[in-house]
Design a binder for this molecule. Structure first.
Ligand code: SF4
Length: 194
């Protein structure tokens, strides 16, 4: 659900999705499944922190989530209203919310608000470096590279990001499993091992 994606985008900072899921389950148990953004916004920061405890850094994340929820409140939590805002303006506004960085903003835009923006994460950086020997560190540099290579197609961007994450988790882990990797014949890093 887009509402859960929005909450998850904040909770996933510095933790894994399993812990985020447990935190979201706590929220759903306490607040029900409907109108969860509005109900979460009405909670005190302390209560919110208690519910999202499994996600770690819960006091900080509760503050960040409250800030994001306050932003959404200005749109009456109406995601369709948010979707009607031009992408660049919406991204700029999201980035002005305290605690919302570029990866968080772009995850919300791509997965909850149907905006074709490319999400850059540590997996993307790792794969670019190993597969193509492209060593870009700047978030926007990498985002612009992908967005200049691919047309702004929502389904394509969602699938591409999903595949990068899956590949990096399955094969291109910290100590890469090149022997099992289907991309090894086309990979710069693997070619250097021969
Ligand atoms: S061959 Fe190795 S380094 Fe290259 S993408 Fe696959 S796992 Fe990563």
């Amino acid at each position: 659900m887009p509402e859960e994606i929005i909450i998850g985008a904040v909770l996933t900072q510095n933790t894994n999705w399993k812990n985020v899921s447990r935190a979201i389950e706590n929220l759903k148990k306490a607040l029900g499944e409907n109108d969860i953004l509005r109900k979460a916004e009405a909670l005190s920061t302390e209560k919110l922190a208690e519910l999202i405890r499994p996600a770690g850094f819960f006091n900080l994340k509760a503050k960040r989530l409250k800030a994001l929820l306050a932003f959404l409140k200005a749109y009456d939590f109406d995601l369709n209203r948010l979707k009607s805002v031009p992408t660049d303006a919406l991204r700029k506004s999201l980035l002005e919310v305290k605690g919302v960085g570029k990866e968080t903003a772009d995850s919300i835009l791509l997965y909850a608000l149907d905006k074709p923006v490319f999400v850059v994460d540590s997996y993307t950086k790792r794969l670019l470096k190993r597969l193509f020997n492209i060593d870009l560190q700047g978030y926007d540099e990498i985002k612009n590279l992908f967005e200049s290579e691919y047309p702004p197609d929502l389904a394509l961007y969602q699938e591409l990001h999903g595949l990068i994450v899956e590949h990096a988790k399955r094969y291109c882990v910290k100590r890469p499993k090149c022997d099992e990797c289907p991309l090894q014949e086309n990979c710069y890093y693997a070619s250097q091992l021969k």
